[in-house]
Design a protein around this ligand. Structure first.
Ligand code: HDE
Length: 730
């Protein structure tokens, strides 16, 4: 007898496979009668069954009862962390066979496209919280491989706050809203989090990443992903390598600025979800390259940190990334609840060729995920849900429980058995049976931290020293905000003590904004002095670097125009030819343009043509765009100059360092703003001026050449050399 979610026609995995288990569960809206859950056709759904039209509702109204019961039971517990997320389907395809390092089949055949489902998330906020808050982003991928499901449950920051999962409940309690007043929502900026962090030096490295712009991604499509822990690859011969996983977005990693992120949280709390959904809907499929860092087993102790310590990264300068394949997200979920909400990831879902290590943070995760899913789904049968069931066939004796779907035949539900001819049988290793890596482990049962984990500052310093001045400045500003919200002075002071160990410069710059002095001493358990234990001795003289350009987003910035959103600000009387030229050029470059005016409806050009407004000022703002273009047309500019919203639009885009283009009379509008020291094109010159991301051209200049310059400016994303203009009132 088999316990089977069998797919009879299963012959390998392909993203287009009609047999993909998920597909048979989808229901298209059809021209059919409404029915009850029992399949009875409904004749009237707008009134309950009553004793007289003004009388009480009658209990026998099965249609009413069924509708109400469903609504009453529609909610399930949200995830205790990562509650807010957005999902997408797609596929993963390796560049070439990676069989030399792992026997995982989905990494060994470049012809096979393995279906995937990805869920991006914030960590701290509730399901309904805003997308753009300062937070780590989850980046979880389920690969539906022919060997079974493999989950890579990562984050967009390569290290974690804590080293041992036993501290996870404390971390989560401290960062979540406070227990007395349930405040603040989706934010670390409160006393309890910084109290905890300041007493836990191991959080220091990750804290700097969270204070950096990494915690404010411009788009889920533009952020990196990291497996964080060291995992293990095992090949057919049983040879193992340590492996770190990285996702690199084709569009490069880009961030919002904090002021923008905060405003977006009010104006469009779904900003990142909408961005992902719309991009996929329009065919701008997000792409990520999967890269690995490989360390031969024998090199385990060759670094000046412990590979099992999740608060450390392996600098790419020591072990370069090896690209191994590409993931394309090409389909939106049809139903948020059935797919994005019900998907259940687990770092322990591994396939032959991939195994875990003794990282104590990872080990604890191996327990937590299924445990919390039992709370979410109230049944161990959540693995049968369409989004979670593997495309590989399932045969076993797991049975019964709430909401069991599979109907197992026969009387045999145990192993060994003779009544069922011994089925389902065991798979030998060469037939794909999973065999755990036979690592030799021995030791005393001891509740302790390895001494090799006790240097909490070196990599925080490495991170700080590797950033550009702009990135450092943003960290300092973020610390002014976060610690500025901490009411207990002693906590602020304690944090400065840690910052001082990381970098006196950092501590001094943060101190200037939070009203306390850098203390001379810091309460801490360790400043990185190793005590002798075997592992510590082995790594003490290991390989190290003092700066690592690879951790800086700015140093690795990719210029990209594709999928960028450009606002075109105009009113009646605009220059039609300029607008159409710019729109066409943006489209050809893969960018989008939207007409923004005071009101929705049609706008009339100076030459009589009409154009439809996409967004009115009240429904949008500069924060929803990557760049801004102001076309000419004397009447249009005169109208814009009378609109506070239009002026605010330009000032804010300037303040957020976004590219701004203006042609002919559009330059007059820029001149009329209060922005000091603008370097603009002269009305009597053919010369196009491009300065600090402001590109201007008089009517004498060619639109082609203007567009070239403007596209270059858009590709750069932000023009930080403008940031000193703090007096901009926006
Ligand atoms: Fe998670 N984490 N986590 N985490 N995590 C969960 O599982 C946990 C950690 C991550 O989109 C929960 O099903 C422990 C690191 C993502 O559905 C829970 C520890 C990394 C998601 C849980 C960690 C992650 C989760 C909550 C350390 C990056 C969202 C709901 C001790 C490598 C997955 C759930 C999704 C979700 C436990 C630390 C990533 C409670 C115990 C490190 C992306 O089980």
């Amino acid at each position: 007898m088999k316990n089977s979610q069998e797919n009879p026609a299963f012959d390998g995995v392909n993203e287009n496979s009609k047999n993909h288990q998920l597909e048979s569960f989808r229901e298209e809206p059809q021209d059919q009668y409404m029915t009850t859950d029992q399949g009875v056709r409904v004749n009237h759904t707008d009134d309950s069954l009553k004793a007289g039209s003004r009388g009480p509702t009658i209990m026998e109204d099965f249609h009413f009862r069924e509708r109400m019961t469903h609504l009453d039971h529609e909610s399930i517990p949200e995830r205790v962390v990562h509650a807010r997320g957005s999902g997408a389907h797609g596929y993963f395809q390796p560049y070439e066979s990676f069989a030399k390092y792992t026997k995982a089949k989905f990494l060994s055949n470049p012809a096979v496209k393995t279906p995937v489902f990805v869920r991006f998330s914030t960590v701290v906020g509730s399901r309904g919280s805003a997308d753009t808050v300062r937070d780590v982003r989850g980046f979880a991928t389920k690969f539906y491989t022919e060997d079974g499901n493999y989950d890579l449950v990562g984050n967009n920051i390569p290290v974690f706050f804590i080293q041992d999962s036993i501290k996870f409940p404390d971390l989560v309690h401290a960062i979540k809203p406070q227990p007395d007043n349930e405040m603040p929502q989706a934010s670390a900026a409160h006393d309890t989090f910084w109290d905890f962090a300041s007493l836990m030096p191991e959080t220091m490295h990750m804290l700097l990443w969270v204070l950096s712009d990494r915690a404010l991604p411009r788009s889920f499509r533009m952020m990196e992903g990291f497996g964080v822990h060291t995992f293990r690859f095992i090949n057919e011969e049983g040879k193992a390598h340590f492996v770190k996983f990285h996702w690199r977005p084709t569009l490069g990693a880009h961030s919002l600025v904090f002021d923008e992120a905060q405003k977006l949280a009010g104006k469009d709390p779904d900003y990142l979800r909408r961005d992902l959904y719309e991009a996929i809907d329009m065919g701008d499929y997000p792409e990520f390259e999967l890269c690995v860092q490989l360390v031969p087993e024998e090199d385990e102790f060759k670094f000046d940190f412990d590979l099992l310590d999740a608060t450390k990264l392996i600098p790419e300068e020591l072990v370069p990334l090896k690209p191994i394949g590409k993931m394309v997200l090409n389909r939106n979920p049809d139903n948020f609840f059935a797919e994005t909400e019900q998907v259940a990831f687990h770092p322990g879902n591994v396939v032959p060729g991939i195994d875990v290590t003794n990282d104590p943070l990872l080990q604890g995760r191996l327990f937590s995920y299924v445990d919390t899913q039992l709370n979410r789904f109230n049944s161990s049968n959540f693995t049968e849900l369409p989004i979670n069931r593997p495309v590989a066939p399932v045969h076993n004796h797991n049975g019964a429980g709430f909401m069991r779907q599979t109907i197992n035949k026969g009387k045999v539900n145990y192993f060994p058995n003779s009544l069922g001819n011994g089925y389902p049988k065991m798979a030998p290793e060469k037939e794909g049976g999973y065999v755990h890596y036979a690592e030799k482990v021995e030791g005393h049962k001891i509740r302790a931290r390895s001494e090799s984990f006790k240097d909490h500052y070196t990599q925080a310093t490495l991170f700080w020293n590797s950033l550009t001045e702009v990135e450092k400045k943003h960290i300092v500003q973020a610390a002014h905000f976060e610690l500025g919200k901490v009411e207990t002075k002693a906590i602020r002071e304690r944090m400065l003590g840690h910052f001082n160990i990381i970098s006196p410069e950092l501590a001094q710059r943060v101190a200037e904004g939070i009203g306390v002095d850098v203390p001379k001493h810091v309460e801490q358990e360790s400043t990185g002095n190793f005590v002798a234990d075997e592992a510590a001795k082995k790594i003490k003289s290991g390989k190290s670097v003092h700066t690592a350009a690879s951790v800086s987003m700015e140093k690795n910035k990719k210029d990209a125009v594709k999928t960028r959103k450009v606002a075109i600000l105009l009113e009646d009387g605009f220059n039609y030819q300029e607008v159409m030229h710019v729109k066409k050029a943006l489209k050809e470059a893969g960018a989008q343009s939207k007409i923004v005016s005071k009101l929705l409806g049609k706008r009339k050009a100076a030459t009589g043509e009409e154009i439809e407004t996409d967004k009115s000022h009240i429904t949008t703002g500069s924060i929803m765009f990557d760049a801004l273009y102001i076309p000419g047309g004397a009447q249009s500019i005169a109208a814009l100059q009378k609109e506070g919203d239009a002026l605010h639009f330009v000032l804010e885009a300037f303040k957020h360092c976004k590219p701004i283009g203006a042609t002919s009379e559009g330059i007059t509008f820029l001149k009329a703003t209060s922005i000091p020291d603008l370097n603009l094109a002269s009305e009597t010159s053919e010369k196009i001026v491009s300065a600090k991301g402001i590109v201007t051209a008089s009517p004498l200049a060619g639109l082609e050449e203007f567009m070239q310059e403007f596209l270059t400016a858009i590709g750069k994303h932000r023009h930080w050399d403008r940031e000193e203009k703090v007096m901009i009132p926006a």
